[in-house]
Structures are given as C-alpha cells and as structure tokens.
Design a protein around this ligand. Sequence first.
Ligand code: GLA
Length: 388
Amino acid sequence: MLAKKPPMGFNTWNTFAENINEDVIKEIADAMVEKGLLDAGYEYLVIDDCWSEKQRDPETGKIIPDHIKFPNGMKAVSDYVHSKGLKFGMYSCAGTRTCADYPGSFDHEFLDAETFAEYGADFLKYDYCYRPAHHHGDLLYRKMGMALKACGREILFSACNWGCDDVHKWIRSTGAHMYRSTGDIVDNFKSMKDICFSQFENLAFSAPGCWNDIDMLTVGMFGKGNVGSTGSTAVDYKTEFAIWCMYSAPLMLGGDIRTFDDEMMKLVTNKDLIRINQDEEGRPAFVTDSHIVCNIQGETVYTASRDDKKVFVKLLSDNEIAVLFANFSDDDRKVDFFFEDAGIPVASGYGLDMREVFTGEKLGVQKDMLTRRIPAHGCECYICTLSK
Ligand code: GLA
C-alpha cells in the first residue's frame, strides 16, 4: 500500500520554479542523502512544473523533456535519483496546460502515465490549471487515477486542486494518495497561519492512503526562492514544521536543502516531530478551543475560534498523545490548555506526563490545566502519556 504514512520528500517549486535542470536535481539528490534527510524519511525527490518542452512531440503526441534543461532525457535523471536510494517524482496538470504554461495532460492521461512509467517515476503531482470548464475535477482526477493504475508501475498520486470543488468529499475515490487543500503557500508567517487556520474543519479528511496536503514547506527559505515575500524567522519555521507534523500533512521540503544550516537541519530531522507526523494510526489533530457556533436544524456545528492562541492535540499509537501550544500573535502570550478540552476530566484523577520535543525538558505529570508563556509566533510541543 502506498502512502500508509504521510509522504515525505523534496519538491523543486518553492526554491527553483523554472530554474531546474539535471545538475540541480543531482545536487538535491546528493544533499538529501549526505545531509541525512533520506535517513530521516524524506524519500521522494519531485520535479515540479517547467520540466518539459512547450509543445508535445508532433509525431508521438508525448510530452518531451526540455532538451536544454535535461539533455540526457528524464530516465537518466530518474536513474540517478534511484541510484541514491531515493524515489523519483514528476509533475503534470489535469488541464490543457500546466500552471506555468507547459503541456498539460488533459485528453492525454493514459499516454502521459505511460511516459512517466517509462521514466521510472514513483510519484506524480497533478495540478488543476487550464481545466476545460465543462469537465469536473472528480472525473479529471479519476482519469489520471485510472491511467496510473494501468501504467504498470506503482506511482503515488498527488492531487493538487487547492481545496477547490469540495475536493475532500471525492478525492479519495479517485485513487489519490494526497491532495492539496489550500492555495499556494508564500514564505511568510501570515501565509502559513492562514493555511493552518483554513483546515480546522478539514483535519479529519486525512487518513492512511490519502492525506490532506497543506503545501510544500517553506521552512529554511528565509525569503530566498520562488515563493517570495519577506521570508520568515527561525521561530516561525519551527512553528510551521510542528503544525505540519501535528496535521499529519505530507512533509515536502521546498527550501534549498543544499544550504540549510544546522538549526534548520535539526528542525526538519527532529525525530519526535517526525514520529508525530508519521504515526501509524494517522489520527487527525483537534483544536481544543472549539465551540458551538450554530445550531442548524437540530444539528450542532462546532468550529474553532480565530483566537491567536491555540492548543492542538493528536492521539498517537502506543497510548501516547502529542500536544502543541502555538502562539500565532505578534506578542508573547500565555497559552492555556484545559485538559478537560482534550477529554481528560479533573474527576478522573489522570494527568499528562509531558516531555517537550525541541528541548527535551520533562515537566513531569501535570493535572487539570497547564499554562505556557509562548513567544510571538512560537510554539512548544509535547509528547505525553496519561498518568495518575
Ligand atoms: C500551482 C501549484 C504549485 C506549483 C505551481 C507550478 O500553483 O499549486 O504548487 O506546482 O502550480 O506552476
């Protein structure tokens, strides 16, 4: 089974956009191995948009790799990536053109899936630009899902329609293994926060076999690359990575891993955070400050508030529980966690034995409630066990 756990890897878009070529891909592959990312679980190296010629081959109808960027063809690149023990990912689009205006797979789904299989691809990201208006997303993704099943190779299907058309309601049935639920991330704290807050109601639409993908990480970009803006700080990136882990989101690095410093390397290879992300039960996190917003025809609807102080809880296997205190505001704040909101009543006598995952600090058994002072944009993340 593919995507039993949230897929992990690297994608070229955030840093390189159209500036990709064989040498860059080889350097990234080398860095993934040499810097210990493969050992930490990052196994897919995905080439995003802008890899092909602007037109298909007029005789065969096939998409052809850009002959300047990839002079030895895509199989040679894929062979190199595989020789490093990594898996190889390609990109196409459900519309007539890709988002950056290269040939899309509309009406060529089966041929393109065969082509990707010939390259030795293990992963296909499938975008949503230039979709003919009368074709519904579910049918377009179903077609590529079928084409991938027919192509003779096991290829992880990564759908990317930005959360449009109520995608969470149908995407699992198309065969997709992950699906983008948000628009494109920008390298700043506000963009990350907006993405995080946009998914409170969709956290449960993510499970082994098909995961809610909240976009490639901007961790470590510091304003460099293709998703511009001012960049974030190391504190911001720590919170971003912790949220992706709590959300069981695919961990696709988008920063230039060749230049990551020790602090960023330590962050993206943090064993406890990756353990939270990769937990085999794949349970969604919940936000503790959810409250009743309305009562529609007898049905009570809960939603999380827009408050900047958040506590997320995610049940893990082996009776462990992950708790994230996050402060999305621009000032230091006290963040309260009432254990009752996580389902641990005072009367039960139980508390949580808590260990912080960035510092290793052990708080011992805490009961009833815990307040942490969290710096602006910061977080603390705990792995806990229930204890009397
Ligand atoms: C869309 C996707 C991005 C990236 C670009 C490439 O915007 O959402 O992740 O793949 O297309 O053009």
